[in-house]
Design a protein. Structure first.
Length: 353
């Protein structure tokens, strides 16, 4: 997932500051060249994660696209429009020749909306041009509508699970971009969830914190791309400066800190950055980092030696009973090295048999 500072108003403001003495027509041509160059450069970045010629659907949201759909598209449901690509390309090229007054009169726009109308549709056209799609889907809604609905209506479980799956896919794509060990990350993720669920009654956390643990597990070793030594610190840096679809900047910061504590001798309480967090965040980081450390220790070899095991809780211990595998010496050594945080945070002695 990517967010780009490509708003047409931003382009207008930046170029106006540089070309205040030029005519409106000249500034528009400057903006058009700027837009085309930016999108061409963006193509290289996007293609490293997803080959754009494989894109099969293009969904465009916004008032400008709603207008385009009314003039050159066809309604396929009461709230959904489809525009054939040749029709859209022709419409966009036609309106580039309109004067501001003609745009205001023909499309009944305010002056401020008319100022950005041509560039807005041109940006869509340029992005569509990077793909092989034959048509554009335009829902009769806006991002503003989505934000309002998200604050008024709680999503049902099926919708939440589908959305969470997209977040997990985004994190996995980020890991692949940095050539991470996907098999190890997925194993640690699954073990983390089993430990989390075993402790759920005393964690006092929500499904959202469970998701943050999943993402932290997927990305905990991503810093290996930079260097193996102190890679947990490099993981923190990469995660903190990346965009993960569906996570806020606050969530991303939490994930970065949780991942950074998956190894190393220093406890989070000794880290100045940890002390700056609000108390509620410190508790989340401590608990989830402790779980992540333990799960990572159970795959010390990065070979996913065992998947058939049970977890049981006693008064003062948590026992991992492995079925069908007897040589656990490496994992026991890893637990001895990395299990201290878990035992300190939860008060359980770790037993592996």
């Amino acid at each position: 997932a990517h967010s780009m500072r490509l708003g047409t108003l931003i382009i207008e403001q930046q170029l106006y500051a540089l070309t205040a003495t030029r005519t409106d027509e000249q500034r528009f041509e400057d903006a058009r060249r700027f837009l085309q160059e930016f999108i061409r450069n963006t193509k290289g970045t996007l293609n490293t994660e997803l080959s754009l010629d494989r894109v099969q659907q293009f969904i465009a949201v916004g008032h400008d696209m709603n207008i385009a759909a009314l003039f050159c598209g066809k309604s396929i449901t009461p709230f959904l429009w489809e525009i054939q690509r040749p029709d859209f390309d022709g419409f966009v090229e036609d309106i580039q020749r309109y004067t501001m007054d003609e745009i205001i009169a023909k499309f009944r726009l305010s002056y401020s909306d008319a100022q950005t109308f041509q560039l807005s549709l041109l940006s869509y056209k340029e992005f569509v041009g990077l793909t092989n799609v034959h048509s554009i889907i335009v829902p009769e809604t806006s991002i503003r509508d989505g934000i309002i609905i998200s604050h008024m209506v709680d999503p049902n479980d099926n919708l939440r699970l589908a959305f969470d799956a997209q977040i997990i896919a985004s994190a996995t794509t980020l890991l692949k971009k940095y050539q991470g060990d996907v098999a190890h990350a997925d194993y640690v993720r699954k073990v983390c969830l089993r430990i989390y669920d075993a402790l759920q009654s005393e964690l006092g956390m929500t499904v959202h914190e469970r998701l943050l643990l999943e993402i932290s597990a997927i990305l905990h070793d991503i810093g290996m791309f930079i260097r193996a030594q102190d890679h947990n610190l490099h993981s923190h840096y990469i995660i903190l400066h990346s965009e993960i679809f569906g996570l806020s900047r606050e969530d991303t910061s939490l994930v970065a800190q949780i991942a950074s504590y998956h190894r190393g001798s220093r406890m989070p309480q000794d880290d100045p950055q940890f002390k700056l967090q609000p108390r509620s965040h410190r508790l989340v980081i401590l608990k989830l980092a402790a779980i992540l450390r333990l799960a990572d220790a159970l795959d010390r070899s990065h070979q996913q030696k065992f998947s058939d095991f049970t977890i049981s809780l006693a008064k003062d211990s948590i026992t991992f009973r492995v079925n069908g595998y007897t040589n656990l010496s490496l994992e026991k050594l890893a637990i001895a090295e990395k299990g201290g945080m878990f035992e300190n945070v939860f008060g359980y002695k770790i037993v592996l048999v």
